[in-house]
Design a protein around this ligand. Sequence first.
Ligand code: FAD
Length: 356
Amino acid sequence: MRTRKYMEDMVGGQGNVLTHHKTIKDLEKYYATLGDNKDVKEFLNNVTSDKEGILHLFPWSGIVDEDSQLSDTFRVPDPQTGQMRRLISQIPPKEEEMFRNMIRRLNTIVKAAADLDVRIMVDAEQTYFQPAISRITLEMMRKYNKDKAIVFNTYQCYLRETFREVNTDLEQAKRQNFYFGAKLVRGAYMDQERDRAKSLGYPDPVNPTFEATTEMYHKTLSECLRRIKLMKDCDDDARKIGIMVASHNEDTVRFAIQQMKEIGISPEDKVICFGQLLGMCDYITFPLGQAGYSAYKYIPYGPVEEVLPYLSRRAQENKGVLKKIKKEKRLLLSEIRRRLMRGQLFYKPKGNYVPI
Ligand SMILES: Cc1cc2nc3c(=O)[nH]c(=O)nc-3n(C[C@H](O)[C@H](O)[C@H](O)COP(=O)(O)OP(=O)(O)OC[C@H]3O[C@@H](n4cnc5c(N)ncnc54)[C@H](O)[C@@H]3O)c2cc1C
């Protein structure tokens, strides 16, 4: 609330610095009467802007900085007195410590991934946690995706807001000059989302039908492809946008391949990859890999007591996937038969791994 009030005062109405195109000059005007105040001067000295001059009002990078305190990150001078005040309540030291530990671990993981040149995909969860996850992931992208997309955020296309959200983040990546990585999924928590919205009386955040979710998925993917193509045509680095099509839906995988062909993005461009869960839909993953597309298996890894509940939840959420397993078993049997007849029982196609 305090943040929204401050933002509205500063921009002079609803919206934010982006929608009002506010620059550092505007902020200086806002504090003009307090020009000699030491705190205000220091605050204004530390404020930065992006390459289009739009203000970074809050130093969001502070949230992924291992040494700065979360509650100190969002401090601004009071426009009347110039005294510094917090926009978020002071967090108890124990929680501050837990948050910092999490950020430290995240930094360790992402640094290791960057050293090994592998990608980090941060999963998306329910909408009531997701804003924090997305914010931190985007800051990690800003910090680590300077020369390539190492960190990927996940976008759930069953949500009504996803197209808008992906566009906003793509714009931020463009303005702030970092590589954007996105894993596109349909979304795994539909029933929970709907039940919670109903019981607390807020609008259902999920698209009304499966078809609407598919439309959202395809529209979002097409927009990413359109932007990649634009960069390719301008001789810009097309890898500034990297997308994982994470789906077991054959129509969606076909749609992605078709769109890539139509607009002239090849598997060798290494900007689009595909992902399916380990043990599911190998009949989609393997042919993709053999046709030269980057194709990944998502492997749940960890202590058995944590992985099994995860897998059973996924099986519950993805009942449709279980039907696909029947198809998979049928295809596997016919492949075994084919190999026996051709004497290729231990045939192993060669891959050529280059990460997207
Ligand atoms: C590699 C990988 C990573 C994943 N990571 C995540 C993650 O980080 N976060 C996450 O939430 N999920 C994740 N998932 C799961 C994913 O969101 C889907 O639940 C799952 O893949 C099924 O969708 P589909 O596109 O594969 O197949 P499909 O069977 O075609 O689609 C089923 C999905 O459609 C949507 N849907 C079904 N009925 C309706 C309806 N009536 N109205 C609106 N929408 C409907 C739901 O999202 C449902 O899960 C991941 C999946 C994969 C393969």
